[in-house]
Design a protein around this ligand. Structure first.
Ligand code: UD1
Ligand code: F6R
Length: 371
């Protein structure tokens, strides 16, 4: 049931304030004035000791689910102190990469049925790792075969392009980071800021959804382009990959997410006055580096569109050069949840304007159950 929406993808994008609330329901505890703020993940409570002691945490997934894990990686490393590595499921299998008994392997999958991810799970089980699932589908193969896990509870996702599952996956993995991380005095302020940020996140997502018309206007501007680059780094490297994935899979436009730190190692050669480039430069510890990336793109007459924190257009566009997308500012590790929304909207509007099928992109299936 699409309700008042024309497409499932559109409905699912606009549903995110509610789906995020459901994801967090019963799992965030704010406590009284002197009680600590905590996270409760029922499915993992008997396993945290093992996870904390593991030699590393390996995230394994495909497509959007892999991108969600990449977005959560920095906060998991920061709060847990355990090294976190990333594996695309098919690549882990192709290499028969090392997985050890001392590893915690985390399988991220909306459907819980993706063949590559499921096969990587069988492989990790054979190698004796603790296997944790993060899935949206109760009773799915990945939910059943993992030792333990967390359901993201985002509600059924119908559109082939994953949107609300992505933001709920990031939120679950941020809660996982909080739950694994020790309750040390030094991290207390940080933890509380993240928990407060999680409580407020649905409101901020509602706010960023107000950019719908602005993204439709931007889509009109970009509708006939051949290609679109998205530059991100740090917490928002994943946002760049995920924004580009949405644009290519539904709008059928070539798009690439690029790690901004790699710009000078190749991608800079593509920059001219025609190729549109979205640079994600919301306020965080990478901000000044992104400012310098923007300057260098302008110096080469690049066609730059900057995503920045509300009220900061002047510091990212000196002299009013280029277009800006201003988004609400949230705690750095939660910013990817906000920043992906305008890119989801852009991909959606580009698809409608280009006349392609939004909910069933050509050649794609919602759940990839063959290899
Ligand atoms: C559970 C109930 C929820 C109830 C809540 C009350 C289910 C599915 N969930 O939620 O309805 O409101 O208790 O406290 O009955 N699991 C895996 N792999 C996965 C995902 C989950 O093994 O990929 C396991 C978990 O370890 C857990 C069970 O499935 O044993 C349910 O997980 P989850 O729904 O996340 O647990 P709760 O949030 O506690
Ligand atoms: C992109 C998309 C795919 C899936 C991928 C993994 O919008 O939907 O990239 O993310 O096929 O699917 P799950 O998460 O079901 O394992």
């Amino acid at each position: 049931n699409k309700g008042n929406y024309e497409h499932y993808m559109q409905k699912e994008i606009h549903e995110q304030p509610e789906s995020l609330k459901t994801t967090m329901r019963g799992r965030l505890i704010r406590g009284g004035s002197c009680k600590a703020k905590t996270v409760l993940l029922g499915g993992l409570k008997d396993h945290f000791k093992t996870i904390r002691r593991s030699r590393r945490i390996v995230f394994i997934g495909c497509g959007t689910s892999y991108n969600a894990a990449l977005a959560a990686r920095p906060i998991l490393e920061e709060l847990s102190g355990v090294p976190v590595t990333m594996e695309i499921a098919s690549d882990l299998l192709d290499r028969q990469g090392p997985i050890y008994r001392e590893d915690t392997a985390v399988f991220v999958s909306q459907s819980g049925e993706t063949a590559d991810t499921l096969q990587a799970l069988e492989y990790a089980l054979e190698n004796g790792a603790l296997c944790v699932g993060i899935t949206n589908t109760v009773g799915s193969a990945i939910a059943r075969h993992t030792h333990c896990g967390v359901h993201i509870n985002a509600g059924a996702e119908i559109g082939v392009a994953s949107t609300k599952a992505y933001t709920s996956q990031i939120v679950v993995m941020a809660m996982l980071a909080l739950a694994i991380g020790g309750d040390t005095i030094s991290s207390q302020t940080r933890r509380e800021a993240i928990i407060d940020g999680l409580f407020d996140l649905p409101n901020k997502v509602r706010e960023v959804l107000n950019l719908d018309q602005e993204m439709k206007d931007l889509a009109k501007l970009l509708v006939a382009e051949q290609s679109l680059l998205v530059f991100g780094r740090g917490y928002n490297y994943a946002t760049a990959l995920e924004g580009a994935l949405k644009v290519k899979e539904v709008a059928l436009m070539h798009s690439e997410g690029i790690l901004a730190g790699e710009m000078k190692h190749g991608p800079l050669a593509l920059v001219d006055e025609n190729l549109p480039i979205i640079v994600i430069a919301t306020r965080d510890s990478c901000f000044s580096k992104q400012q310098s990336v923007i300057q260098q793109l302008h110096a080469r007459k690049g066609r730059v569109i900057v995503m920045c924190s509300k009220g900061e257009a002047v510091s990212v566009c000196p002299g009013g050069l280029g277009r800006v997308i201003e988004v609400p500012h949230v705690e750095d590790c939660l910013q990817p949840v906000i920043n992906v929304v305008p890119l989801q909207l852009l991909a959606y509007h580009l698809t409608v304007l280009r006349g392609y099928n939004v909910d069933q992109p050509r050649n794609l299936a919602k759940s990839v159950t063959t290899q």
